[in-house]
Design a protein around this ligand. Structure first.
Ligand SMILES: [Zn+2]
Length: 210
């Protein structure tokens, strides 16, 4: 479904959404939970696209429900796979996060992709800008396309309201809260999280449950 100009949500990936941005080049944002690459391919087909049409896959962070199909989609598309620099050892499985994340990364098996490119500060990939937003994980990154914030797990939505991503999953809660303030200082109209439905920003960022 097209949410707004050139930004599509892959509704088949509910639980951990994948977004498709049809800007200068077709870009996938995150890849969802393992074993669902075929759903992404189907969603692309419904738009008259093939996996090889995808030029870039941008990961917001290392968590298994975001990188689950990255390897398979990379193979199918030949796309460049981008990730935040600090997340790469965790995505590659060479390092494990602290606390609960370590347990999740141990229990939930995922085919590890190979990151081909990393974001530099304020990097642009085509017409998408990266915004460093650490806290949920070490080097979590949001993406801004026009007036659409692809938020990753910086925030979630429930029943039309915005919430900070859960405290118990925060790598660094202070950094998370700082990132929410800093990203909130940017101008955007739509918020597209991985978990929960996209919302118009309105005053929701300011009213956010923390
Ligand atoms: Zn996450």
């Amino acid at each position: 479904m097209e949410i707004t100009n050139h930004v599509h949500i892959l509704e088949e990936m509910k639980g951990s959404y994948v977004y498709l941005v049809l800007g200068q080049e077709p870009v996938l944002i995150d890849t969802g939970m393992s074993g669902r690459a075929d759903k992404v391919v189907k969603a692309l087909a419904a738009l008259g696209m093939q996996p090889t049409d995808i030029a870039h896959i941008l990961l917001t962070h290392q968590d298994v429900d975001h990188i689950g199909n990255a390897k398979r989609l990379q193979e199918l598309s030949g796309a460049r796979l981008w990730a935040p620099k600090g997340e790469v050892p965790y995505i590659h499985g060479e390092a494990k996060g602290p606390g609960l994340r370590k347990l999740i990364q141990t229990l939930m098996k995922v085919d590890r992709p190979t990151v081909t490119d990393t974001y530099a500060a304020g990097q642009r990939i085509g017409d998408i800008e990266t915004i460093s937003a650490p806290g949920h994980t070490l080097d979590h990154t949001c993406l801004l396309y026009g007036d659409v914030l692809l938020a990753g797990d910086l925030v979630t939505t429930r029943r039309g309201r915005l919430h900070a991503s859960p405290k118990f999953l925060a790598w660094d809660l202070t950094a998370l809260q700082r990132s929410i303030r800093e990203v909130g200082a940017r101008s955007f109209d739509w918020v597209c999280p991985a978990h929960g439905e996209p919302v118009r920003r309105g005053n929701l960022w300011e009213a956010m449950g923390r």
